[in-house]
Design a protein around this ligand. Structure first.
Ligand code: 0WD
Length: 260
C-alpha cells in the first residue's frame, strides 16, 4: 500500500486534465500527499488560460501554492522554491513532467533542426530537471524522490520522435548522474518511460494513432497503457514504497520496450 501521508510534493507539468502530471498527482493526493503546483505563465494575466486549466485539475485538493513558472527562467524557478520553502518548510518529492520543442524543429529530420531550437528544447526538456534538483536538494532534509517523464525514443530511434529523442536520451542520462550524486543524501532520482498517451504534448509528436496501433499489435500485453497506470507507477516511485530504487528508468508501456 502506497502512503504519502505527511509528505509534501512540488509538481511541474499540469497543462490540463489529460496531462500525465495530473494522473500522477491524483494518485499522490489519494495516497495522502500535500502538493504545490506550477503552470506555464500566461501571456495575458487578464485571460489566464494556463492557470485556469491547471486550477481546474488541482482546486479540489486545496493546494496552498499554484504558481506560474517557466522552467527556462532561473529567477522564476528561484521564486517558486523560495515560496515552497516559506509555505511548507521542506520538500519530499518533485515531479518533472515537462517537455517542449518548437514544431519547426520537431517536424524536420533531427540533423536539420536549428541550433536555437535545439538549445531551447534541451533547456526546457532536459536541463530543467537538473535545475529543479539543484533547488530541491536543500529542501529535502529528510531525503526525497525526484521523478522525470521520458519515452522510448530516448533509447531507440522512433520515427517522428526526432530531436525530442535526443532530449530524452540526455534527460535519462541526467537522471542517472543526479541519482549517483544525490544518493548519499537519500534523495532518489528516477524516470518513467511511458507508452503513448493522448495529451497536448503527444499531439505535437508524429502520428499518434499509428503509434497507438503499434502498441496494440506488438506490445506483450497487446494494448496501450492508461493514464491511471502511469499515475500509480509515479506515486510508487515518489513514495517510500520504492525506497531502494534510484537511477531507474521504469517502463510503463505494456512491455513494448522488451519487443521493440
Ligand atoms: O504519450 C505521451 N503523452 C508521453 C509523454 C509518453 C512518454 C513521455 N511523455 C512525457 C513528455 O515528453 C513530458 O516530458 O511526459 C511529460 C508530460 O507530457 P504530457 O503530460 O504528455 O503533456 P502535457 O500535458 O502537454 O504537459 C507537458 C507540459 C506543458 O504543456 P504545454 O502543452 O502547455 O506545452 O510541459 C509544460 C507545460 O505545462 N511546459 C513547461 N513548464 C514550464 N516551463 C514549459 C516551460 N518552459 N514548457 C512546457
Amino acid at each position: 500500500m502506497i502512503s504519502l501521508e505527511g509528505k509534501t510534493g512540488l509538481v511541474f507539468g499540469i497543462a490540463n486534465d489529460r496531462s500525465i502530471a495530473a494522473a500522477i498527482a491524483q494518485q499522490c493526493h489519494d495516497a495522502g500527499a500535500e502538493m504545490a503546483f506550477t503552470h506555464l505563465p500566461d501571456a495575458d494575466p487578464e485571460r489566464p488560460k494556463a492557470r485556469n486549466r491547471c486550477l481546474k485539475v488541482v482546486k479540489d485538493w486545496n493546494p496552498k501554492l499554484v504558481l506560474p513558472c517557466d522552467v527556462s527562467d532561473d529567477a522564476q524557478l528561484d521564486e517558486v522554491f523560495d515560496k515552497v520553502k516559506a509555505e511548507h518548510g521542506k520538500l519530499d518529492f518533485v515531479l518533472h513532467s515537462i517537455a517542449f520543442a518548437s514544431l519547426d524543429d520537431l517536424k524536420v529530420p533531427t540533423y536539420q533542426c536549428s541550433r536555437e531550437g535545439f538549445k531551447l528544447a534541451m533547456d526546457i526538456s532536459c536541463y530543467s530537471l537538473l535545475a529543479l534538483a539543484k533547488r530541491a536538494e536543500p529542501l529535502m532534509t529528510d531525503g526525497g524522490s525526484i521523478l522525470a517523464m521520458t519515452y522510448l525514443g530516448g533509447e531507440r530511434v522512433i520515427p517522428g520522435y526526432n530531436m525530442m529523442g535526443v532530449c530524452k536520451a540526455a534527460l535519462e542520462c541526467s537522471v542517472r548522474y543526479a541519482a549517483a550524486e544525490l544518493g548519499p543524501k537519500n534523495i532518489r532520482v528516477n524516470a518513467i518511460s511511458a507508452g503513448p498517451l493522448r495529451t497536448l504534448a503527444a499531439s505535437a509528436v508524429g502520428d499518434f494513432s499509428a503509434m497507438s496501433k503499434l502498441y496494440e499489435t506488438f506490445s506483450p500485453m497487446r494494448r496501450n497503457i492508461t493514464a491511471e497506470e502511469v499515475g500509480s507507477a509515479g506515486a510508487f516511485l515518489l513514495s517510500g514504497a520504492s525506497s531502494g530504487i534510484t537511477g531507474e528508468n521504469l517502463h510503463v508501456d505494456a512491455g513494448f520496450h522488451a519487443v521493440a
